[in-house]
Design a protein around this ligand. Structure first.
Ligand code: SF4
Length: 311
């Protein structure tokens, strides 16, 4: 018996996989690399469980889904229902080759947007996997799936967990001697209100540069162009690395200064960016800002104006 497990490396997916392995099912874990998720736990936990892991890189189609999710967003920019459908459709393509069913670590009612009974059914239907998605942690509360009906999986050895309290999962982890596991937060930037605000702003200006949204302070200039200012040395370095041929880097001359990146070469925009950059340096009055090897003498940006431009 072979099954595919959607595997984030979080506790729920680890426990669901363990329940499958305990029934003698051969598992391949699949995890998705998206611009918004940190999945460093997945390979580590797959290794712990002794299962093979496939990492699936998402591309432009994932960004397109986030921009226009068929079933809307959750509290922030998280399109959980469309996201699950997207991932399950990819899993289905893999399953077609040599697997009997798919399982996930979903827990009934744990996440309001995507894990209610109605949503779980909708996700199954839309991904073309009706009856083929087993949720081992909540199976006792859901209709039997094909692998249970066919006796490939013993339903009596599956669980009936529901809700947001993770007490039962934590107790199970302790019983299994699992000492280290990912924290309950989803690890998905799309659920973060600050990141979501930046992403919404970027999409509304036709921008798709997700990586830059993760670092620095962000400002939208009156022209519609964007300025990003590093908050520390590490961010300054990352921002410098994300420079494209359409951008300019700015830095205050002769003083501790952040790096500012402006996505414009227009002289008026550059002057505003220089004033913003100066505002975050140690310079108190007028100062010189290095722009493309020359220097621009400006006053630091006034705080009120700065706030009006902050994203
Ligand atoms: S939290 Fe993020 S990764 Fe998880 S289902 Fe929602 S959008 Fe997808």
């Amino acid at each position: 018996m072979k099954a595919i497990g959607l595997f984030s490396g979080g506790l729920d997916s680890v426990l669901a996989t363990k329940l499958m392995l305990d029934q003698g099912i051969e598992v391949v874990a699949i995890t998705f690399k998206t611009p918004f998720t940190e999945n460093s736990w997945a390979p580590k936990m797959a290794d712990y469980l002794g299962v093979n892991i496939k990492i699936i890189e998402t591309g432009k189609d994932y960004i397109e889904m986030v921009k226009k999710p068929r079933y809307g967003y959750g509290k922030n920019m998280n399109p959980c229902i469309a996201c699950r459908i997207f991932m399950l459709k990819k899993a289905k393509e893999i399953m077609a080759k040599q697997y009997d069913f798919i399982f996930t670590g979903e827990v009934l009612g744990e996440r309001p947007m995507s894990q209610g009974k109605r949503q779980l059914k909708l996700i199954e239907k839309e991904s073309g996997l009706e009856g083929l998605i087993l949720r081992p942690l909540s199976a006792g509360l859901l209709e039997p799936t094909m692998p249970e009906k066919r006796g490939l999986v013993n339903r009596d050895r599956l669980l009936s967990i529901k809700g947001r309290s993770r007490k039962e999962q934590i107790a199970l982890a302790q019983k299994l001697g699992l000492k280290e596991y990912a924290t309950p937060s989803s690890g998905c930037l799309l659920t973060d209100p600050n990141f979501s605000r930046r992403l919404r702003d970027a999409f509304s200006h036709g921008e798709e540069d997700v990586e830059l949204l993760k670092y620095g302070r962000h400002f939208r200039l009156p022209s519609g162009k964007k300025v990003v200012v590093g908050r520390n040395e590490e961010e300054n370095e990352i921002i410098s690395r994300l420079l494209t041929h359409e951008d300019i880097l700015l830095e205050v001359k002769g003083l501790p200064s952040p790096i500012a990146l402006i996505k414009s070469k227009n002289a008026e925009d550059v002057e505003i960016a220089a004033a913003i950059c100066l505002r975050y340096s140690d310079c108190k009055g007028k100062g010189e800002v290095k722009v493309n090897g020359t220097y621009l003498r400006v006053k630091p940006m006034d705080d009120k104006k700065l706030e009006e431009m902050r994203i």
